[in-house]
Write a protein that binds this ligand. Structure first.
Ligand code: MEV
Length: 315
């Protein structure tokens, strides 16, 4: 066992495929390596202590809202035969919670990496994703595995449920604006809502299939550099997600503003019903202008990500 060990992960942005990925359609997801979660574990003489933005106390006393994390930690300790080893863990995260940026998956991945490092135990990528599923299942009910796969990846991925994620190349001189509405959108509830729509709304199934077709078209466009076309199918995906009932007036307002001020496309990202919007521009100047406009009109925070950078980065 080491004196102390660190595990990290990062935020994610679903470019294409939220919700439709749950039903077997492909998704494209980007790691946002600048927005990180860090977990530090240290040796201590007694106790098993956790400190995070939600909780400060003993592992056995974590509140119900933290049960997913508690389950994950207990699973790791049992697997490694370290149930009674004292430790103290500090979780710090710059990823806003419940905004579709993969905060829970990043926390899980960082915790697993930190523990395996602390106990100097080898960890395969498959094991990392399998363990992350323990807390994700508890928190989201029926996760596709996309969030954990992106939290564990350094590069953009093409993801189909139940299959190995594939790295995909990006050949775009374009910029993504990420705008946080500040409204919490619970992924589990949004996934339940789509399930209900599929049972009741005849437009829901075709929308799921079109979202899958858009992801396939986007994969080609990301590689060949046609930014305006990429933007157009982004906006089309936003409309399809509106049909599924997972947008929010705040997201629609920011999307409309971005589009009317020169964005090539805009859509919600993640579970929706709040959370974040993404918008695409062809220059960084336009991205900066639109980001500041969105902040003047309700976005609580914005980030600008050059797409080309995504090929090389990650924790
Ligand atoms: C949440 O980040 C993405 C969803 O597609 C749910 C999932 O894939 O498990 C809404």
């Amino acid at each position: 066992m080491l004196k102390s060990a660190t595990g990290q992960s990062h935020a994610k942005i679903i470019f294409w495929g939220e919700h439709s990925v749950v039903y077997g359609q492909p998704a494209i997801c980007f790691p946002i390596s600048e927005i990180k979660t860090t977990v530090v574990i240290e040796q201590t003489p007694t106790g098993q202590h956790i400190q995070s933005r939600y909780f400060n106390g003993s592992l056995t006393q974590m509140p119900e809202s933290q049960t997913g994390i508690q389950l994950l930690i207990n699973t790791i300790l049992t697997l490694l035969d370290e149930e009674h080893t004292p430790f103290q863990m500090k979780i710090s995260s710059a990823i806003p919670a419940e905004r579709g940026m993969g905060s829970s998956a990043a926390t899980a991945i960082a915790i697993i990496r930190a523990f395996y490092h602390f106990f100097q135990h080898p960890l395969t990528h498959a094991e990392l994703l399998r363990l992350a599923d323990v807390s994700e299942q508890y928190i989201h009910g029926n996760p596709s595995g996309l969030d954990a796969a992106t939290a564990g990846s350094r590069v953009p991925i093409w993801f189909i449920r139940g299959r190995r994620p594939q790295a995909i190349p990006i050949n775009q001189k374009a910029y993504l604006i990420i705008a946080d509405t500040g409204i919490m959108g619970q992924t589990g509830l949004a996934v339940q809502h789509v399930k209900k729509q599929l049972a009741e709304n005849p437009q829901a199934q075709p929308a799921i299939e079109k979202l899958g077709a858009n992801a396939k078209a986007a994969r080609t466009l990301l590689a060949d550099g046609n930014t305006p076309k990429l933007g157009a199918i982004m906006t089309n995906s936003h409309h399809l997600l509106q049909t599924l009932g997972v947008s929010h007036p705040a997201l629609d307002k920011l999307a409309g503003l971005a589009l009317s001020h020169g964005a090539l496309g805009a859509k919600l990202t993640g579970g929706g019903m709040g959370g974040c919007l993404i918008a695409l521009t062809d220059t960084s100047e336009k991205a900066k202008k639109i980001a500041s406009l969105l902040e003047q009109n309700g976005a609580v925070q914005t980030w600008i990500e050059p797409l080309a950078r995504m090929n090389h980065k990650g924790v």
